[in-house]
Design a protein around this ligand. Sequence first.
Ligand code: HEC
Ligand code: HEC
Length: 344
Amino acid sequence: MKVIIQNLRKNIRCILILFILCGGWSLLVCFTNDKSKKYPRSTIVDSTQLIELGRYLFYDNRLSYNNTKSCASCHDQRFAFTDGYRKSIGIYGDKLNHNSLPLFNLESNFSFNWNEPEIIRVEDQLHIPLFNDAPKELGLKNHEAEILHRFCSDSSYVYLFLRAFPEKAFPINFNNIIKSLAAFCLSIKSYNSDNDKGILTINAQKGKTLFYSEKYNCNNCHSGPNFNQFIGAKRPEDNFQKFGFSETGNKFRIPSLRNLSFTSPYLHDGSAESLLDVLNDYENANRYRNFGQRDVQDSSILTIQTKLDNQMSMEDKMNIIAFLLSLNDTTFVNNPQYKNPFNY
Ligand code: HEC
Ligand code: HEC
């Protein structure tokens, strides 16, 4: 009897060990099958097929409900992927809340959009232009099946999707559309300015010294390789600063200062037409504008503006602008890798 019980105990122990082992194994399988682990941001960036599919979709008007606009309508390569409007316009003429943001070097973004620190992946940003209701941008909400049908019935797209997602039998869905668009956006790079190459005119060099000087201290907010980070920033929120916008009191994300020649008008609301306008705002500390009038003094202003109050000589302004212009990258706005693949 004792032997039988001992054997039983041994057997139970064996079964238990087997169970734990199998459990551990199946957990492992679960983890390796996790889709989000399979497509981290870095893998998205590296896949040429994904980027190529994303480039087609980016330029395709069929990605808007009434076939009138694409991502490229508001993100035009000639304008460093902005659109030249103060505020962008959706497919039904809706005015968007903000000025279009340029698309380059997005890998260095802590977050996306002018005032949404919670959006930390490009993929999440893309739900807005695709499905937003008010204001409507591409207007796809509630028309998803119809839009997918457009791509399913085009054999070139079937080929592009199957190539980008070879392990899937039915790869044409919005998840994959978003993945490939994100891959294309993240592939757009611009690091070929005169400043990157160390070729500065005398004026640009003077402006650079002012930019990093104690008096102007532009670098306090516009630091890092893309001049869009608060010095020592660790969290997305650290990169949001008030620019003395008394109308809303909102803070806005510090924008990159690269490629400014192509991205006018400036600021979140497109209210500054020239770089001189922006510098005048910093100097005057009266950011509030109504139809081009600067008429309201704002008391809650960046410290920099208090320091600069009426102390910015025209010579300093011109030199700072010369430095800002040395951050333009003309090869990037002409780079064939980012051009419209349809050529229409
Ligand atoms: C109707 C104009 C419009 C369309 C269409 C549009 N965008 Fe945008 N995009 C904007 C505006 C405006 C912003 C800034 C939004 C904000 O901060 O409120 C923006 C922001 C972005 C950003 C964030 C950039 C950053 O640095 O934070 C990305 C990425 C982007 N758009 C990609 C796309 C893609 C891809 C598409 C196509 C699916 C697209 N956009 C369609 C106007 C548009
Ligand atoms: C305290 C942080 C801070 C400092 C210091 C600062 N900026 Fe800015 N800058 C911002 C923010 C935030 C915005 C966006 C504001 C908005 O859209 O309302 C901005 C916008 C800009 C823009 C417009 C860019 C665009 O694409 O719209 C330029 C140009 C600029 N800054 C240059 C400078 C220069 C030159 C200096 C130094 C004289 C400077 N900034 C100092 C935070 C700062």
